[in-house]
Design a binder for this molecule. Structure first.
Ligand SMILES: Nc1ncnc2c1ncn2[C@@H]1O[C@H](COP(=O)(O)OP(=O)(O)OP(=O)(O)O)[C@@H](O)[C@H]1O
Length: 260
């Protein structure tokens, strides 16, 4: 039985076709990176995996059962979502936002329990943002907001994390710390489906990669075998060379053909 998969997904926004026959299979505890140019459909595919959009054809399956047969609460027990950004209408503090991850376990109107608060604190501590707990979410920087949303996902306790460009807005140190956290969490049994604009980050994480182009899967497989310089150049219309460093990491070396 597959763990989490998309079978022959098709999707269009009205008459704008975005995905055409996408198959994607995620093993439990794995890290799956989605690559593709701007507007290719990565966020759309993730929203289909979350059940926030319905496919025009095809199906998302979770643990052998169609996702559409799970209630919203059941979905929240399995899957959490880190969006690219979140609008918050009220002056919630960062801890309130993280505690919202616990709503699936309680009623919206019930006060957070001691257990909820300690789980929220643990998630914030893990991401190095406990000092932000009393800050108003709206006043945080883009990167700080992103870390709070990731903490909300961890506090939710769901073991599948769907992350839409999770490092966007993070400074270089927080990018590396988040990648390391993802690797550590996957070793604890968490499963990741994440989009990225950085092939090097996918290579650091390893796992599995799917590359999307023109609504279809152009390439997929073990990340280190799938991400080649030819694939990167085809996906992004670039002219890079992929080189391996002495410590085993691959880096992209761009050639700026227009600048001499
Ligand atoms: N609500 C919507 N209504 C109509 N078209 C949409 C909607 N959301 C996205 N699209 C279009 O669908 C296509 C895929 O968008 P999507 O956000 O999934 O791409 P993406 O690969 O995540 O892009 P990026 O890397 O820039 O975040 C784009 O052409 C986009 O303009």
């Amino acid at each position: 039985m597959s763990f989490y998969e998309a079978r022959n997904l098709h999707f269009a926004y009205n008459d704008k076709v975005v995905l055409q026959g996408v198959d994607l299979c995620i093993q439990e505890g794995s890290i799956v990176s989605l690559l593709g140019s701007n507007g290719v459909g990565k966020s759309t595919l993730m929203k289909l995996f979350l059940g926030l959009l319905n496919p025009t054809c095809g199906e998302v399956m979770l643990k052998g059962k169609p996702l559409k047969n799970y209630s919203i609460k059941e979905r929240a027990l399995h899957i959490s979502y880190v969006p690219q950004s979140t609008q918050v209408a009220f002056a919630f503090c960062a801890l309130d936002i993280v505690l919202m991850g616990r709503i699936a376990f309680e009623s919206c109107f019930k006060r957070a329990s001691k257990i909820d608060i300690s789980l929220a604190h643990a998630a914030m501590e893990r991401l190095g943002i406990l000092h932000l707990e009393k800050c108003t979410f709206q006043t945080l920087s883009g990167g700080e907001k992103q870390l709070v949303l990731i903490a909300r996902s961890l506090a939710q306790g769901a073991k599948i994390l769907v992350m839409d460009e999770p490092v966007s807005g993070l400074d270089y140190g927080n990018q590396l710390r988040l990648l390391e956290t993802i690797i550590l969490l996957s070793k604890e049994g968490y499963t990741f489906l994440k989009s990225t604009h950085f092939p090097e980050h996918a290579l650091m994480l390893g796992g599995y990669t799917y590359a999307l182009k023109k609504g279809r899967i152009l390439a997929h497989g073990d990340t280190h075998e799938t991400i080649t310089q030819e694939l990167i150049n085809e996906l992004y219309n670039t002219n890079i060379a992929l080189k391996q460093t002495v410590c085993g990491y691959s880096v992209c070396i761009p050639s700026f053909v227009h600048i001499k």
